[in-house]
Design a protein around this ligand. Structure first.
Ligand SMILES: NC(=O)c1ccc[n+]([C@@H]2O[C@H](COP(=O)([O-])OP(=O)(O)OC[C@H]3O[C@@H](n4cnc5c(N)ncnc54)[C@H](OP(=O)(O)O)[C@@H]3O)[C@@H](O)[C@H]2O)c1
Length: 338
């Protein structure tokens, strides 16, 4: 590598990594990115972390490493989730020297069902994503004398315009609302939908790097906590964002989806669905189940960094998703029929 960058950002083509890279550049801290699928160049290396040895240009002492690699899907088999979320961390730890400032990005959901990451037991977590992210946090504690761990909830786009380099995870929701993939939303209306902007994470990471490595292990938890939008209100925001975009593009308005509680869903709707829906319909319904737990969270996250309000961020991000996924956003859902 020829450039001056001494900060390495892994997962640099992802939703968060690309925002972190932009913020570092804007702060006058040029960084070197790593991904599997990006374009190799002076400031970017292609490396399948955890599957192959690091390329020669990355084997050097780094002042800082911001580790953003992950596979955020909830439904991977356990072994695949571990390969995706733990092995790349082991690989990056091999590049970090004693003095390297490691910033490891985690998830607010890594605390699983017990509220902390200490249990290695799979059943202490809702899914393989949470479990593997908790494993990764424990690995940071075990292998590093000092490091920053940054947890945050669902990531939306930039505060100014909703831009994200990659729309995944939560964006199943607007897609499903437009194509009619789900018959109802399984939610606790009063549940909290904590979200952050990619800017919030990126700004925080730059601040951490500016302050230098901590003495030991430092945890930041970003979010709105008890100030998060209520789930019912957040769905209204999503619907409004989609419908204003659709109105501007001459596409019929979407009706609000009925809301059912998780208890109603599991007791009445799901057994009915299993009996009467065809295979494709059932697949859609059960894929949706992976997200249920997240729309029914009533205990706020204990945040250490409260981000500014997020309603506008959600609105702009959904509109931006529609703009960049116009074919999906223009779909007209067909009524569900058993
Ligand atoms: N998005 C969210 O809502 C959210 C919420 C809470 C926490 N987080 C955390 O934030 C961090 C970043 O997530 P994200 O949403 O930005 O993920 P993302 O958009 O899916 O991006 C993942 C990045 O990691 C790279 N990558 C994946 N596996 C790799 C491997 N084996 N070797 C090299 N590169 C690899 C991908 O590169 P290619 O695609 O080019 O291969 C991509 O650059 C993760 O720690 C995640 O757990 C995300």
């Amino acid at each position: 590598m020829t450039g001056p960058a001494r900060t390495l950002v892994t997962g640099a083509t992802g939703a968060v990594g690309s925002a972190v890279l932009r913020a570092l550049n804007a702060a006058g801290r040029p960084a070197h990115g790593v991904s599997r699928g990006g374009v190799p160049g002076r400031d970017h290396s292609v490396w399948r972390m955890g599957e192959e040895e690091p390329p020669a240009e990355l084997r050097r002492p780094w002042d800082a490493v911001v580790h953003c690699v992950a596979d955020t899907r909830f439904n991977l088999p356990d072994a695949e989730a571990e390969d995706a979320n733990v092995r790349p961390l082991r690989a990056v730890l091999s590049l970090a020297g004693r003095n390297t400032h490691l910033v490891h990005l985690s998830s607010s959901f890594a605390t699983g069902l017990e509220g902390d990451v200490s249990s290695p037991a799979r059943d202490a977590y809702r899914n393989s994503y949470e479990w593997s992210k908790a494993t990764a946090e424990r690995l940071v504690h075990a292998e590093r004398g000092h490091a920053d761990i940054v947890r945050f909830p669902i990531v939306m786009g930039a505060r100014a315009d909703g831009h994200l380099d990659r729309y995944s995870g939560f964006f199943w929701l607007p897609a499903a609302m437009c194509n009619g993939a789900v018959p109802a939303l399984v939610v606790e209306e009063k549940g909290l939908l904590d979200i952050v902007s990619s800017d919030d994470v990126a700004t925080h990471v730059v601040q951490l790097l500016d302050g230098g490595p901590p003495d030991g292990h430092r945890l930041s938890v970003l979010g709105r906590g008890d100030g998060a939008q209520r789930v019912g209100d957040a769905f209204d925001t999503v619907l409004k964002a989609l419908n204003t975009w659709r109105a501007e593009h001459g596409v019929p308005q979407l009706d609000p989806l009925p809301h059912v509680t998780p208890q109603q869903w599991n007791r009445f709707y799901l057994p009915f669905a299993e009996e009467y829906l065809d295979r494709v319909q059932l697949l859609r319904v059960t894929a949706f189940r992976a997200y249920q737990g997240y729309l029914s969270v009533t205990d706020p996250f204990d945040v250490t960094v409260r981000v500014p309000p997020t309603r506008e961020v959600l609105y702009r991000s959904i509109r931006r998703w529609a703009q960049t996924h116009a074919t999906s956003a223009r779909r007209v859902p067909r009524p569900w029929r058993a």
